[in-house]
Design a protein around this ligand. Sequence first.
Ligand SMILES: CC(=O)N[C@H]1[C@@H](OP(=O)(O)OP(=O)(O)OC[C@H]2O[C@@H](n3ccc(=O)[nH]c3=O)[C@H](O)[C@@H]2O)O[C@H](CO)[C@@H](O)[C@@H]1O
Ligand SMILES: C=C(OP(=O)(O)O)C(=O)O
Length: 429
Amino acid sequence: MDRIRIRGGNALNGTIPISGAKNAALPLMIATLLTDDQVTLENVPHLADVEQLIRILGNHGVDYTVAGKRAGQNAATGRTIHFSARTIVDTVAPYELVSKMRASFWVIGPLLARMGRAKVSLPGGCAIGTRPVDLFIDGLRALGATIEIDAGYANAEAKDGLVGTRFVFPKVSVGATHVLMMAATLAKGETILENAAREPEVVDLANCLKSMGAKIEGAGTPTIRIEGVAQLSGTRHSVLPDRIETGTYAMAVAMTGGNVLLTNTDAHLLDNALGALRQAGAEIEAVEGGLRVSRNGGGIHPVDVMTDPYPGFPTDLQAQFMGLMTRAEGVSHITETIFENRFMHVQELARLGARISLSGQTAKVEGVPVLKGAPVMATDLRASVSLVIAGLVAEGETEVNRVYHLDRGFERLEEKLTGCGADITRIAG
Ligand SMILES: CC(=O)N[C@H]1[C@@H](OP(=O)(O)OP(=O)(O)OC[C@H]2O[C@@H](n3ccc(=O)[nH]c3=O)[C@H](O)[C@@H]2O)O[C@H](CO)[C@@H](O)[C@@H]1O
Ligand SMILES: C=C(OP(=O)(O)O)C(=O)O
């Protein structure tokens, strides 16, 4: 298993190109199941999750080809991949595949809409929480599907097709919004989704679906209206920049000090998190095609944050912000409201000398003047990168184990940080 070794103490200076968003690329790839035409996705990040989803889609009959890079494109601008779901060969998503990647459960929406049936393994829990799917099931039933849960599978059928409906989400869910929006594009009549997720990745998916011929209004607001169409066609769409990767590197710069230009991204995708970073003492300037983050002198101020659905502070940046707060000059409180078990980084940050105590869903972080390098273990994707952020300022050597978590969501992390002066290497093992 690969490990990452960091020798802390270097400020970050330079340019980091931001990749396409994992959390946009995955639903966009799943949407290719909705049409027998070719869908081309640009700016697709090279991540373990993307490779895994390619295998999962392949099981349903989706072919893909990775296009050559256009002149002037460098590796950082992402890959262009052509997907073709001309024939769906299998509407079963088996446990062995779904259990490897939670988002693969989302195939249930397009398969049901296009084929009238789907048998998809329940995703089960994961390290950060239980990850239930009741909202998906209730929403698809409202669209006219019959769904039985049996032996760990959701057996869904809509023999005569799905039918438009009004569905009010009792709780904001990004995944269920993706799935119901995809399913409704091919339903008969109008669907109104109320209390829908407003995340930029929902808007990105809606934009792609619209360019495939779907009729969707209101994505990015709590009310999404979808007028079903008989079929969708192919398109070409570029994956949204990764706001979580953007925020992660911005937090790394706030931690180490220095001055870094983040390119191929958009500051407005993460206004809330950048607001918290400014309060913490970082200077952030939105520039054409990206943002500049710096912290030159001055300490890190303690800032309280609470995670919330978009436009709130993202749960996917909670661990990184906690990493930063371990070195703040004072006490901060970080409250996690989305996942019940997303504090596994606390124990590992403590190994580096952080002082954090937990009370229910709130972590109290007492900033310390010095962190000291130690071996630590990545427990999930965002937790592992919070350890990297802490390692960048820890005295001596920090070794992050179980790097496969990082590879799910951060493209060429060591290369991007090394390019800005960090002393970080991957040790193959
Ligand atoms: C609102 C929110 O911040 N969602 C995050 C969630 O999206 P993801 O789509 O994975 O999860 P959801 O948005 O669906 O989950 C939001 C909340 O709803 C609950 N839930 C969800 C589905 C369901 O059927 N029943 C149910 O109770 C979940 O347990 C959770 O507490 O994790 C992703 C990966 O970390 C993040 O990128 C998303 O920002
Ligand atoms: C936890 C994440 O991914 P997933 O929902 O796929 O587990 C994440 O993107 O931070």
